[in-house]
Design a protein around this ligand. Sequence first.
Ligand code: NAD
Length: 517
Amino acid sequence: MTVAADSEHTRIGVLGAGTMGAGIALAALYAGQEVTLTDVAPEALQRGREYIEAHLGRKGRTDALRQLQLSNDLHALAGCDVVIEAINEDLELKRSVFAELDRLCPPPAILASNTSTLSITAIAAATQAPGRVAGMHFFNPAPVMRLVEVARGAATAQATLDVLTRLAELMGKTPVVTLDTPGFIVNRVARPFYGEGLRLLAEQVASHEAIDLLVTLGGGFPMGPFELMDLIGLDVNLQAAESMYDSSYGEPRYRPQAIQRRYVERGRLGRKTGAGFYEYVDGERQWTAPEVPDRSQQSGFVLISDGSWGPEVGRLLVQAGYTLSETHGDLPLAAVIVNGREEGIRDVLRRYDRGLAPDIPILCQTVDIALSEVEQGTQHPQRLIGFDGLFFAAGRAVTLVTRPDLTDTIRQAAETLIRSLGKLPVWVSESPGLVLPRIVSCLANEAAFAVAEGVAAPEAVDLAMKLGANYPQGPLEWAANLTHGKVVAVLDHLANEYGEERYRVAPWLRNRARRGQ
Ligand code: NAD
C-alpha cells in the first residue's frame, strides 16, 4: 500500500456512484489514479459508468477507463489506499458503512467522507481507528470545482490530513483544511447569501429578479441567491438551512425562512421541477435581464456633498460630463447627491433644501441610516431618494430606494442620472442595509465568526468562498476593501432596526474596525 503524503499513485475507492461519487471518481481518473467505484444499486452504478465514459470520451481520455473498476460489492474496496464515501446523507447509514470499511480496509488505509452536513467526529467514532478518518468535501460538479475542504475530526491524525491534502492536489484541486463544524467553511459562510435574500423577498423589499440583478450586476456575484437556489433545489437548500439551525441549537443567524418552506410545500423546487422562484421551459429560465445602459455624455451640475461614504461617485459624475458643485446658486442642477455618513446628513440636507426647484431629486445614501430618519432633514421629503453609496461605484447596477409619495418627475430624473453613468437603476423599498450592503456585510460577519471559532484562517476562508462558491472576493478581504468600519456600521444599523441577535457584530470584525485595519 502506498499511503504516503508524497506518493504519486494511490488506489482510490469511491463508495456511492451518485452525483458526487461518479464525479469524484472521474476527477481521480483524470488525475491518472486507479479507481474502484462501488454502489449498492446496480442502476446507480450503471448511470455512474455512463457518466464517466461520456466525459472521458469527450476529453479523448478513454485510456483512463483501464484504471476503473466498478462493483456492487463493498468488498471490492479491500486493498484501496484511500476510500472516499459519497453515499446518502444519513448519519446511521454512514456510521454502519464506516464500521464495515474499518474491517475491510485496515490501517494505514485512510477513510474519508464527502458529507456536507454530518459530523466527521460522529462518523469516525464508528471505527476502531478514528485517527485515519477525515472529511473530504468536494463541490458539485466534482471534476470542475477546484475546492476541496479537508475536515479535521476531533481524533483525526495530522498524517491523514496530509495524505488527503496531497491527494486533492494530485487531482488538481485546492485543498483547504477546516475544523469539523457544521457546514465547514463554504456551506456555513454562504448561509446569509440565501437567508438575507429570502428575508428581503419576504419583507417585500424587492422582487427576486431585482435582488438577483443587484447581487450579480451590482456585486459581481456570478449568480443571485434565487437563481442559485433554483439550481441547487429549494428542498436541498432548505434542508441545509434546517440542519445548520438545528446543529447550532437555534443560532438566529441560521434561522430558516418560512417563505422558502412555502415554495417547497407547493412543489416549486427549482429547475428540476420546472419552477422555483423562476419558471423554466426546456431548462431555459423564463426571464430576460434588462440591459445595462451605455454611459452618455451630459452637461449640467450636480450638487454633491460629503463623499466620505464613497468618493468615487464624484469621479463617475465628472466622467459623464457633469460639473460638480458644492453650492447652490442658480445653476442648472440635475440632482443633489448626499453621500455622507450618518453624522451630519440631516444638516447637509437642510442646507441644500432651501430654494431648490421642485423637480430636482435629492439622492441620499441610506446604507447605515433609514430614509425615514434622513427625511427629517428636509422640507421636501417627496423628492428624496435613498441609494446604496457603498456599492455605487463598483457595480453596474445601482440600488435606488423609493418612497410611497415619490413623484414620476423625480423618479425619472434620478433614473436619467444613473443611466447616464452607464449603470442600471434598480428600485427597492426602504429596508435596513438595503440589498448588497446587507448581504455582503452578513457574509463577512459569518466569516468573522468562523475565523474566531478556529474553523479556518481568514485567508483560507476567503479562498474557500472564491473557489467553492465562486464569490468575486472573499468576504473578509471584501470587508477590508469596503473598510471594516462601514461593514460594522451596516450590521449595527441592521441590529438597531430589527433588534435581532441575528445581526450582532462578530467581535473579530468590530476589533478590526476599531483598529482601523
Ligand atoms: P446521490 O443520491 O446522488 O448518490 C448516493 C448514492 O449512494 C446512490 O447511488 C446510492 O445508491 C448509494 N448508496 C446508498 N447506500 C449505499 C451503501 N450502503 N453502499 C454503497 N452505495 C450506497 O447523492 P449525492 O448528491 O452524490 O451525495 C452524496 C454525498 O455527498 C452526501 O453525503 C452529500 O451530502 C454529499 N455532497 C453532495 C453534494 C451535491 O451537490 N450533491 C455536494 C457535496 C457533498
